[in-house]
Design a protein around this ligand. Structure first.
Ligand SMILES: *Cc1c(COP(=O)(O)O)cnc(C)c1O
Length: 398
């Protein structure tokens, strides 16, 4: 059945049929508790009635016109994002990697417009993931994404988040344009950077006239219990930020946010997109963003997170041979495994629990922010059963 598709994905043996809230149903009628949520994307669960209504209403009105015309919902969503963030201006696109691409172009163009075209270097961190376009794989801190796609592009520098001296030195170079970092690394294995580290980056960038880019494609839009992950900390706001994933609650959409100063080079014609910010995406994302930005939603996400972290600490104590670490922030949770994470994911699936993989042999829990405490308990119960089964099936010594 998949012969007609490029074999790019390691797909689970599960033919999906429909979803409702935190539940995903297979063609075979089996129900799965979905802690993948389309990779941190269906933050309001599957088939949220308000999103279904927004999509179907807009589908009957207008889908696509291109950016040659004014799109009122685009204006409205831009204003909402500006009102809830450090940013003054927004550019809409269709995916996370396009948002990162726009962020990098915004940064370079800022320096170009300021009379410093030599400032092109983008400093990225090991363990990071920024998407799959050519710029994004070059900014990402995982060399396997670059393999076979030609030489590393000029203008991209990699540093380790654990090497403060190297970071400071790289930022201070006269050819540096920007630093790009996920405040909480997603694909890398749910590594949350602390406020002190992000504030230090902010200070080094300010001192050198370098722009700070946050990739909140995965950790943003409420996932950590604040609308944006960096909002947990004062004095750590970026100049530019890429978001996507949960922005559309499951509908493809991305955005690049920036201060007016950082966006100084983005004049008419400098960048663009045919589909980005189309009425269909904007209608759904506007509805999703209003719900995700609501304090009640964020407070609920924090409560569910605390509940899951409590339960995971208990499981880590009960299965020290299987669970090596529990980390992350909010509902971007990484559980580092002793045995192979892919095998653990398959066993979890047998127990009706869907979890994502992640770097450093993690499984990731990325449930909808709307998950109830009772559903979170069910996640913990199924994980308990899974870990017991992992011991038996993978012959882990207890
Ligand atoms: C998923 C992700 C991307 C890429 O998003 P796509 O929509 O797949 O292009 C970029 N950055 C981060 C942090 C991500 O998690």
């Amino acid at each position: 059945m998949t012969d007609a598709l490029m074999p790019l994905y390691n797909r689970a043996a599960l033919d999906v049929d429909r979803g409702e809230g935190v539940w995903l149903y297979g063609r075979d009628g089996r129900a799965y508790l979905d802690c993948v949520a389309g990779i941190a994307t269906n933050a309001l669960g599957h088939a949220h009635p308000a999103l279904v209504a927004a999509l179907t209403d807009q589908a009957q009105r207008l889908w696509h016109v291109s950016n040659l015309f004014r799109i009122p919902q685009q204006q409205e969503l831009g204003e909402l994002l500006v009102a809830h963030s450090f940013a003054d201006q927004v550019f809409f696109c269709n995916s996370g990697t396009e948002a990162v691409e726009a962020a990098i172009k915004t940064a370079r163009r800022h320096h170009y417009a300021a009379g410093h075209p030599e400032r092109i270097d983008i400093i990225g961190f090991s363990g990071s993931f920024h998407g799959r376009t050519m710029a994004a794989i070059n900014a990402s801190g995982n060399p396997t994404y670059l393999e076979g796609f030609g030489p590393r592009l000029p203008g991209f520098v990699q540093v380790s988040p654990d090497d403060a001296a190297a970071i400071a030195e790289a930022i201070a170079r006269p050819t540096t344009a920007a630093v790009i970092i996920e405040p909480v690394q997603g694909e890398g294995g749910a590594r949350a950077f602390d406020g002190v580290f992000l504030q230090q980056l902010r200070q080094w960038c300010d001192a050198a006239g370098v722009l700070l880019i946050y990739d909140e494609v995965q950790c943003g839009m409420g996932r950590t219990g604040r609308l944006f992950a960096h909002q947990w900390f004062d004095g750590a706001a970026p100049d530019i930020m890429a978001i996507a994933k949960a922005l559309g609650g499951g509908f493809p959409v991305g955005a690049c946010l920036a201060t007016a100063r950082a966006a100084s080079g983005m004049a008419a014609g400098a960048h663009g997109t045919t589909f980005g910010g189309n009425p269909l995406a904007m209608a759904v994302a506007l509805t999703a963003a209003r719900l995700l930005a609501a304090e009640a939603t964020l407070a609920h996400a924090r409560a569910v997170s605390a509940h899951l972290f409590d339960g995971l600490a208990t499981l880590a104590t009960a299965y020290p041979d299987v669970v090596k670490d529990v980390r992350g922030k909010g509902l971007l949770i990484g559980v580092q495994m002793g045995p192979n994470n892919r095998e653990v994911m398959a066993i979890a699936r047998d127990h009706g629990l869907l979890v994502a993989g992640g770097g450093e042999n993690c499984i990731r829990l990325l449930p909808p922010l709307t998950m109830t405490l009772a559903e979170a308990d069910e996640v913990l119960t199924r994980l308990d059963t899974t870990l017991a089964d992992v011991r038996v099936r993978l012959a882990v010594a207890a």
